[in-house]
Design a protein around this ligand. Structure first.
Ligand SMILES: Cc1ncc(COP(=O)(O)O)c(C=O)c1O
Length: 423
């Protein structure tokens, strides 16, 4: 029998799988529960990453496990497009009600976040009969070709993979911390309309209300309002990519609930389905109906197990009041980080909407400090805490612990974090 050690499996991984699939931590998961994870060597970790924002309801929430188990006993797959099932219709009805705006909506299900983004663009182009799409620098929208084209970060996502689909344009994201104002971003859009594409040829503007991979920067409300005005003036659709921000993370069901702006289309994935692959595009009914029958779908789209899981996730968020809990957890975390500022001069910013909190690091000269960020992540990992980084300069630690995390586990994790920051 081969010994199951992290090092032994990692050696096999390197031989058997390509390096392009980068690994955050070479520890191999054995089991997990809520905010804790154990590796094959029996070592316990506190998981502040939640499988990249997928587990707002924690690892193996009993309600989610039970829903999947019950569905397993009925059927796993029919291909929804061949033989449909009612749970998809009822999940669409729930999402149509939960998402921002009181207008008539429809929802289509897919498998991955990138697929939701692809389909949102397909739908926007079919509805407007225009090709252009505007996205933001630093934004992340996935690893498929349209996802890559929309993503505003070259290394590592786009390196070596071009050419990308045409008619995609980027403007700088308004991030005051990095010297880009709302006016700068809006001027860049106006310039785009002069230099690159007339607004009448633009189908959509897509943005994450809070950039995820890009560094947890929330779009300023006046920027969101200005985008809505530009869209309305020119018949452009506003797409909110809520794949990382959705399902309670920001203290409300969706990050767009923090704005007095309603998007025309919204993409969702990740915490929608508690660890099973499911994504969705929800939007104005008449826009969603633009593609002809057969134009949308996929063999695994609306997988029965994932749909069952998503229903349970929505129940848990409602019943356990996870939006309120996200706000409380985020406030606690921000207070801890703010208190550490005096002792950790590398902390240049603490920010967050609800529990979507991040801490950013810079050196004495004010330049981004990715080396310190990596050090903090490594020290935390060695002490049993899994942290994710993000940011165009890889100088941000982002917090994505389950919103169901037990108070004691959170405190234990925060103590490890504090020690890692001050070591
Ligand atoms: C905002 C956003 N959009 C799209 C994606 C792509 O999702 P997936 O990795 O499921 O394809 C991600 C993934 O991190 C994301 O954060």
């Amino acid at each position: 029998m081969t010994l199951k050690t992290n090092a032994a499996i990692d050696a096999r991984r390197i031989a058997a799988t390509p390096r392009g699939i980068g690994i955050g931590f070479p520890i191999y998961a054995e089991r997990a529960l809520n905010a804790e994870l154990w590796d094959v060597e029996g070592r316990r970790y506190i998981d502040f990453g939640s499988g990249i924002a997928v587990l707002n309801t924690g690892h193996r929430h009993p309600r989610v496990v039970e829903a999947i188990r019950a569905q397993l006993d009925r059927f796993t797959h029919t291909a929804y497009q061949v033989v449909p099932y009612e749970s998809v219709v009822s999940l669409a009805e729930r999402l149509n009600r939960l998402t921002p705006g009181t207008h008539a909506k429809k929802t289509a299900f897919f498998t991955t976040g990138a697929e939701a983004v692809e389909n949102a663009i397909k739908i926007a182009r079919a509805a407007t009969r225009r090709p252009g799409v505007i996205a933001l620098g630093g934004g992340f929208h996935g690893r498929t070709f349209m996802g890559m084209a929309l993503t505003g970060k070259v290394v590592p996502y786009k390196t070596g993979f071009g050419p990308f689909p045409g008619s995609i344009f980027h403007v700088p994201a308004p991030i005051a911390l990095h010297g880009v104002s709302v006016d700068d971003s809006l001027r860049a859009i106006e310039q785009l309309f002069k230099a690159d594409i007339e607004p009448e040829q633009v189908a959509a503007i897509i943005l994450e209300p809070v950039q995820g991979e890009g560094g947890f920067y929330a779009a300023p409300p006046e920027f969101m309002r200005a985008l809505r005005r530009i869209c309305d003036r020119h018949g452009i659709l506003l797409i909110a990519d809520e794949i990382q921000t959705g399902f309670g993370r920001t203290g409300k069901w969706f990050a767009m609930d923090h704005y007095d702006v309603v998007p025309d289309l919204m993409t969702m994935a990740k915490s929608l389905a508690g660890g099973t692959p499911l994504s969705a595009v929800c939007g104005r009914a008449e826009i969603m109906d633009a593609p002809a029958p057969g134009g949308l779908g996929g063999t695994y789209a609306a997988n029965a197990l994932a749909i069952a899981s998503a229903h349970a996730v929505l129940d848990v968020i409602e019943e356990e009041k996870l939006c309120e809990r996200a706000q409380q957890l985020g406030d606690r975390l921000k207070a801890r980080l703010e208190a550490l500022r005096a002792k950790v001069p590398q902390i240049c910013d603490v920010r967050g909407l609800g529990a979507m909190v991040a801490v950013e690091f810079a050196g004495a000269d004010g330049a981004p400090d990715p080396a310190f960020t990596k050090e903090v992540q490594t020290r935390a990992r060695d002490a049993g805490l899994l942290l994710l980084t993000c940011g165009v300069h890889a100088n941000v630690v982002r917090f994505l612990f389950p919103l169901t995390i037990e108070d004691a586990v959170l405190e234990e994790g925060l103590d490890i974090l504090a020690a890692a920051l001050q070591a």
